[in-house]
Design a protein around this ligand. Structure first.
Ligand code: HXC
Length: 519
């Protein structure tokens, strides 16, 4: 072969590899409303930036007829490219090749790009669409998964890891995405479960469809396993690109600050009127978020799960921040097990990637009742407290209205190393609400009053006294637990100035192997 023939051979082999499992299987993939592994990578990365690795790798299995079913690249496409000019590593499972199943070769390809991503400090994006362990390869495949899991664990908190689920993701395969920072699922075409409907039916007798068991709706609203539900793959890919705007490439870098035309000192007069006069009346905390952040852009995570807590990314004067906010519009913004877990995970996500935290507080307390107590609200509430207390990123807290009891302490209070804790004049910071407090303090006296009118008057008077004393920010400000009481319309400016001042903050934890967060 002369050199030209050799080059032609290379071109042909590349072309063959790009065909994956062949035309028919590509057509089947499209018929299911799914893109192929390479099409997905093209959509994800900056034009022309993809450098593919291991195109010529194949499996080495000769059992069960696999010797006659060998495809260049095997069941995954891997490599690196850029998103908005920043390097990322990517793997994209190819369902057209043996159902995207994970062979030893597939595992080695994925591990290779994960190892390189760790060396250069770049995010890893995994696009999952696979029938799971390559059944013909048996234990090799199980070992291959474990190799990936260990890398997911070691990379956690070092480089951002994002998982897109654009097809099946079943069995132990679910644990790689579960070990990463963010999971995005497509609405109609993806599902995740440890045990599928057939085995579920055999073992438990429960008759349930794939989607009911592990579809995107279930995992974004009930289980909380997935953070985003995308209408289709295009939307899923846009979400990945958007998310990376708020994250640094690794834990040694800061998130990228961008230009904005949104004025630092933009006042929002409407904020002065936004808190209802009755403290039990709901309002949408997202209205406040949209008014204070740059260009009204807020990337909400976990939108459908534990809606009494809002978490997501935004920018202030171009600086990425994580926002955590109680949502009075849903269950009065109460802290329960799911809300605590959701916020704790988000706080730790931000902290490990140097994203400052802005916390908006309006919380009536923890949700009472046996369901919560028996479900472990103690341990789960402690998760959020632990996450805030351990976080060393700049922490700015604004108390909008209620901040009662243990929930006050949990929601980034001053003593959990809150850096700047502001309150609106509408803030009520106390051990508990007036009603509960008077019941405890005056219960016996109230019981002794026989006349109903007199009783109601007595309670109203006592509650008013209590409210006057504690249902304001000044009692807390008196002790320095609140650094300043601010006018609501100036909130954006005050947060930006706080973040600018805190941008050089240095805080460390005592030396230790790792903490023992109450999991
Ligand atoms: C080898 C597989 C495969 C697998 C699918 N294929 N899954 N080959 N190992 N795990 C092959 C099929 O045989 C088929 O090949 C082709 O991929 C396409 O699959 P279809 O079944 O035709 O596609 P579809 O109807 O869309 O169904 C997709 C599916 C189904 C639901 C994913 O293929 C399926 O149930 N697969 C098995 C899932 C599973 O039980 N995996 C093991 C889980 S245990 P042909 O040539 O016939 O077209 C596991 C343990 C991991 O993963 C442990 C980690 C710790």
């Amino acid at each position: 072969m002369d050199i030209q023939e050799k080059i032609n051979q290379l071109i042909q082999l590349r072309e063959k590899a790009r065909q994956g499992g062949g035309e028919k299987r590509i057509a089947d993939q499209h018929a299911k409303g799914k893109f192929t592994a390479r099409e997905r990578i093209d959509m994800l990365l900056d034009d022309g930036s993809f450098e593919e690795y291991d195109m010529f790798m194949t499996h080495r299995c000769t059992d069960f007829g696999l010797e006659n079913q060998n495809f260049l690249s095997d069941g995954v496409v891997t490599g690196h490219g850029t998103i908005d000019g920043r390097v990322v590593y990517v793997y994209s499972q190819d369902f057209t090749v043996l159902g995207g199943s994970l062979s030893e070769a597939v595992s080695r390809k994925i591990c290779k790009i994960m190892d390189q991503a760790m060396k250069v400090g770049a995010p890893v994006i995994g696009i999952n669409d696979s029938g799971g362990a390559r059944i013909q390869e048996g234990v090799q495949s199980l070992a291959g998964y474990a190799e990936i899991f260990e890398r997911n664990i070691l990379a956690s908190g070092v480089i951002p890891q994002i998982s897109a689920i654009f097809g099946p993701c079943a069995g132990g395969a679910v644990y790689s995405p579960a070990l990463t920072d963010v999971i995005i699922m497509t609405e109609e075409t993806s599902y995740m479960f440890v045990t599928g409907p057939k085995v579920t039916r055999t073992v438990t007798g429960e008759d349930i469809s794939e989607m009911e068991l592990g579809g995107a709706v279930v995992h974004t609203s009930k289980s909380g396993v997935a953070h985003f539900r995308a209408e289709d793959e295009e939307e899923g890919i846009l979400l990945i690109r958007k998310l990376l705007e708020y994250l640094p490439s690794n834990n040694l870098e800061d998130p990228v600050v961008t230009e904005t035309d949104d004025p630092i000192d933009r006042r929002e007069d409407a904020l002065n009127e936004i808190i209802p006069s009755s403290s039990s009346q709901p309002y949408d905390v997202k209205d406040i978020i949209y008014m204070i952040v740059d260009d009204k852009e807020f990337l909400e995570m976990h939108r459908h799960y534990a809606r009494n807590m809002v978490v997501g990314f935004a920018k202030f004067n171009g600086m990425p921040v994580g926002i955590v906010a109680n949502q009075p519009n849903y269950l009065a913004g109460v802290l329960d097990i799911d809300a605590s877990k959701k916020a704790a995970r988000f706080v730790r996500f931000c902290d490990c990637f140097n994203v400052p935290l802005v916390t908006l507080v309006d919380v009536p307390g923890f949700l009472p009742g046996s369901a919560q107590e028996h479900g472990g609200i103690i341990t789960n509430g402690a998760k959020l407290m632990f996450a805030y207390g351990e976080a060393t990123v700049p922490k700015v807290t604004i108390t909008l209205r209620k901040s009662y009891g243990g929930a006050h302490d949990v929601m980034s209070c001053k003593q959990l190393r809150g850096d700047l804790n502001y309150a609106w004049p509408s803030a009520e910071i106390a051990v508990m609400g007036p009603k509960g407090a008077i019941e405890v303090l005056e219960g016996k006296k109230i019981m002794a009053i026989e006349d109903a009118e007199e009783k109601a008057k007595y309670i109203a008077e006592r509650e008013a006294n209590y409210r006057d004393k504690f249902a304001n920010p000044y009692e807390a400000a008196k002790f320095g637990f609140i650094d300043d009481v601010i006018e609501p319309r100036n909130t954006r400016f005050r947060i930006i100035r706080a973040l600018q001042t805190l941008s050089t903050k240095k805080e460390t934890l005592p030396p230790k192997k790792h903490s023992n967060i109450p999991l």
